[in-house]
Design a protein around this ligand. Structure first.
Ligand code: NAD
Ligand code: WQD
Length: 337
C-alpha cells in the first residue's frame, strides 16, 4: 500500500517498487495530484498500479480498504499536506490531515495484522541544528511551522504505537530536499500555483512562467552567503524506500522503530544550485538577490553514514544531472522543445 502514490515522491517510489517486482496499491484522494500520473507510471514500468481514491481521514474507508486487500504486507505512508506556508495559515487542516490519516492507518494496521510501515518524515524536525552534518541522533528542535510539528508528532505516534505493539515494525525516513524528476520525464513534481520550493521556481522561471527567481538572502554564514541545503534526487530517494521495505519484510531491522536520514551528505548553496542548473541545461537564469525569507534556516545537510552502511543505500545522482531531469520535466509539461 502506497498512500499518496500519485504525488511527487510516491509516484517515483511506485515506479521503483514495481521495477523491483512489488505489486503496488495506491491510495490517494487526489487533493494534490492527478489521476494522469497513473499513465506516466504505466508508461515507465509497463504496469498500471491498482488505484483506490479516498480520503485517509475517513477511518471507515481506511478500514474497508484493509478488509478488501487482506494480503497487504507493507505500507509506505506518503500522503500528507506539505506546504509549510499554508500550514501557518491553516494549522487545523494540517494537524487534522497529517495526524488523523496516520492514526487511522495504524489502527487498521493493528486490526488487520499488517506488520510493516515506512513513514515520510523530514529534515524539518532538526530545525537549524547546532552541529552539522546532522545524524539521526541529532536532537530534534521545536518545529518552525505547524507542518513541521506534524512530522515530529507523527514520528512520536509511530514510536509510541510500535513500543506498545511490537508486532508492528516501522521505519521513519527523514528526507532532506527532494528534487528532480524521473529521467523519462513521464513523471515529476506538479506544484500547484506559485511554487514555494527552489527547484520548481527555477524551472518555471527558465520556462518563462516567472519573470525572475528571487534568491532569499546572501548574508548567511555559508560559502557564498546564500542558504545551504542537501538536495536529494527523487529517484535515488525512491530507491531508498524499496530498500526500507525489503529490510522490514526480510526482518533485518535492528529495532522495531528505526530512523534514517535520506540525503546526499553534501550541502549546496542556492547560488550553487542556480549555477548547476545553468551549466547542466545551458539556459541562463534571470535571478535577483533579495532579503532572507522568514522562517528559513541558514544551512543543513545530512550525515548519511547510517543509511549508507545500514541500508546499503547511497544517493548516486549529481546535482547537475538532477537539475537537467527537472528541466526536461518542466519542458515536457510546457510543451517546450
Ligand atoms: P505530494 O503532495 O506530491 O504527495 C502527497 C499525496 O498525498 C498527494 O498526491 C495528495 O493528493 C495525497 N494526499 C494528501 N492528503 C491525503 C489524504 N487525506 N488522503 C489521501 N491522499 C492524500 O507530496 P510529496 O512531495 O510527494 O511528499 C510526500 C511525503 O513526503 C509527504 O508526507 C511530505 O510531507 C514528505 N516530505 C516531502 C518533502 C518535499 O520537499 N517534497 C520533504 C520532506 C518530506
Ligand atoms: C530551498 C532554499 C530558500 C525558493 C522546505 C520545507 C521542508 C522540506 C523541504 C518537507 C532555501 C531558497 C527558495 C525561492 C530561494 N519539506 N529559495 N528562492 O525551505 O529548505 O525546505 O522543503 O518536509 O520542511 O521547509 O526548501 O525549496 O523552499 O528552499 O532562494 O524562490 O532555496 O530560501 O534556502 P526548504 P525550499
Amino acid at each position: 500500500m502506497v498512500t499518496g502514490g500519485t504525488g511527487y515522491i510516491g509516484s517515483h517510489t511506485t515506479v521503483e517498487l514495481q521495477n523491483a517486482g512489488y505489486e503496488v496499491i495506491i491510495v490517494d484522494n487526489l487533493s494534490n495530484s492527478s489521476r494522469d500520473v497513473l499513465d506516466g507510471i504505466e508508461k515507465i514500468t509497463g504496469i498500471r498500479p491498482i488505484f483506490e481514491q479516498f480520503d485517509l481521514m475517513e477511518g471507515d474507508k481506511v478500514d474497508s480498504f484493509f478488509s478488501k486487500y487482506p494480503k497487504i504486507e507493507a505500507i509506505i505512508h506518503f500522503a500528507a499536506s506539505k506546504a509549510v506556508g499554508e500550514s501557518v495559515e491553516k494549522p487545523l487542516l494540517y494537524y487534522r490531515n497529517n495526524l488523523v490519516s496516520l492514526i487511522n492507518i495504524l489502527e487498521s494496521q493493528l486490526k488487520y495484522g499488517v506488520s510493516n510501515i515506512v513513514f515520510s518524515s523530514s529534515c524539518t524536525v532538526y530545525g537549524q541544528p547546532d552541529q552539522l552534518p546532522v545524524t539521526e541522533s541529532t536532537p530534534r528542535k521545536d518545529a518552525e511551522s505547524p507542518y513541521g510539528n506534524t512530522k515530529r508528532v507523527n514520528e512520536d505516534i509511530l514510536h509510541d504505537t510500535i513500543a506498545a505493539n511490537p508486532q508492528i515494525k516501522g521505519i521513519a525516513l527523514r528526507y532532506f530536499n527532494p528534487v528532480g524528476a524521473h529521467p523519462s520525464a513521464l513523471i515529476g513534481e506538479l506544484p500547484l500555483g506559485i511554487p514555494a520550493n527552489l527547484v520548481p521556481f527555477i524551472t518555471q522561471t527558465a520556462a518563462g512562467l516567472r519573470s525572475e527567481l528571487k534568491v532569499f538572502g546572501n548574508d548567511y554564514n555559508t560559502v557564498d552567503g546564500s542558504a545551504v541545503r542537501d538536495y536529494i534526487n527523487v529517484v535515488d530517494l525512491a530507491k531508498a524506500h524499496v530498500v526500507a521495505v525489503n529490510r522490514l519484510l526480510e526482518n533485518k531491522s535492528k529495532a522495531g522503530y528505526e530512523i534514517f536520514n535520506l540525503g546526499t551528505g553534501s550541502g549546496v548553496s542556492v547560488l550553487e544550485a542556480v549555477n548547476a542548473f545553468e551549466v547542466a541545461t545551458g539556459v541562463k537564469l534571470n535571478y535577483k538577490i533579495v532579503g532572507r525569507r522568514a522562517g528559513d534556516i541558514e544551512k543543513i545537510w545530512a550525515d548519511t553514514t547510517f543509511a549508507n552502511e545500514e541500508l546499503g543505500w547511497k544517493a548516486e545522482t549529481g546535482i547537475e544531472e538532477t537539475m537537467l531531469s527537472a528541466w526536461r520535466w518542466e519542458k515536457k509539461l510546457r510543451g517546450i522543445e
